[in-house]
Ligand binder design. Structure first.
Ligand code: MTE
Length: 341
């Protein structure tokens, strides 16, 4: 198979990445509709995105987040070494094409249904094999951490992808503060369980057993690429993207990057994870992006890089470990990745 892009390298701008006028007009119509039904509680137009050099159309909402977060967002600096130089997905695509089953299964359900989601105040429970367990306010969790702006590829297991500028800090720095014991071999993350606020959790026929849970091996969690994100595109995380705190693990399929985290638990044994419990033959614990191992129902050899359209589908080859093989392949040395998918 001929690969067009080298692992970790940048790729050329494709003509299809330039938004055609018709798509732009459709986008305006959608956002007007979304704004009128959801009454977005936004937003004030923050200058943070502009300060970060991002070109966000003026008619799209910015998610300001709590006042206490503003200085942190404003002081975030770009980590160029760990950022790809590929073309960013437009802000519009990042905030309107989402997987967040707690708010519905359609890609546009999260932006429609998550706007009233309360994300401040927010508490995170730290539990299990750590010296300092407890319930911590998000503000205290974030206090010692400077935010970085990192541009990562996000590759969904459904074979679409986007390039997103996140604001966050290394999970490793957070973990060290709670002093894991020698028994801490895995980390499990849990999303909020709240049927009142999350319509997807009320569904009788839901395939997922709530709350959504995900996990990492300790060395994966401590890897410098593994990010706790609180913002994107220079602003706070929108609720549909997992406000106020989410995980971003760029070399794994997107479902590992769990949203709206309320619990971080350290354990000796491999924790349960939502998609693995739902369909163990289709979704493994590791879920490393791997073009050589197909999903039982579709190929993983290529991906649709968003934005894409019928006329310009923008299909590119999928790279091992989503293009981060140089940094992470050693974590899986000696493992048969067709077995540990
Ligand atoms: N986290 C929770 N709690 N619930 C979800 O449904 N979907 C996952 C992941 N995190 C999901 C989640 C999937 S399948 C993907 S591809 C990414 O979130 C999508 O992130 P985005 O909507 O910010 O692009």
């Amino acid at each position: 198979m001929v690969k067009r892009y080298k692992s970790g390298g940048s790729q050329p701008v494709l003509p299809s990445e330039i938004t055609p006028e018709s798509v732009y007009r459709d986008r305006r119509r959608f956002m007007q509709a979304a704004l009128s039904v959801a009454a977005l509680p936004v937003v004030g137009f923050s200058s943070l995105a502009e300060a970060a050099g991002y070109d966000i159309p003026a008619d799209l909402p910015r998610y300001k987040g709590p006042d206490w977060l503003q200085p942190k967002l404003a002081e975030a600096s770009r980590n160029a070494e760990l950022s790809t130089r590929e073309t960013l997905a437009p802000y519009y695509n990042v905030i309107t094409h989402n997987n967040f089953y707690e708010f519905g299964t359609d890609k546009r359900d999260p932006v429609r249904n998550a706007q009233e989601f309360k994300t401040d105040p927010w508490t995170v429970e730290i539990s299990g094999e750590v010296a300092k367990p407890g319930n911590y306010h998000l503000e205290d969790i974030l206090a010692p951490h400077a935010l970085e702006d990192r541009v990562y590829r996000l590759r969904c297991v459904e074979a679409w992808s986007m390039v997103i500028p996140w604001l966050g800090f290394p999970l490793a720095d957070l973990i060290k503060r709670f002093e894991p014991t020698s028994k801490a071999k895995y980390v499990q993350f849990t999303t909020l369980l709240d049927k009142e606020q999350m319509p997807g959790q009320r569904g009788f026929f839901s395939t997922i057993k709530w709350p959504y849970v995900e996990g990492l091996r300790m060395d994966e969690a401590m890897h410098p690429l593994t990010l706790m994100a609180v913002g994107l595109y220079g602003n706070a995380l929108p609720p549909q993207n997992g406000a106020p705190l989410r995980l971003v693990v760029p070399w794994k399929y997107g479902f590992k990057s769990i949203k709206s985290i309320v619990r971080i638990h350290f354990s000796e044994t491999m924790p349960a994870t939502s998609w693995n419990m739902t369909a163990p033959d289709e979704y493994g614990f590791y879920a490393n992006v791997n073009p050589e191992v197909d999903h039982p129902r579709w190929s993983q050899a290529t991906e649709r890089r968003l934005p894409s359209s019928l006329l310009t589908p923008n299909i590119i080859d999928t790279l091992p470990f989503n293009g981060y093989a140089d940094q992470v392949a050693h974590l899986y040395k000696g493992m048969d990745l067709t077995q540990w998918f």
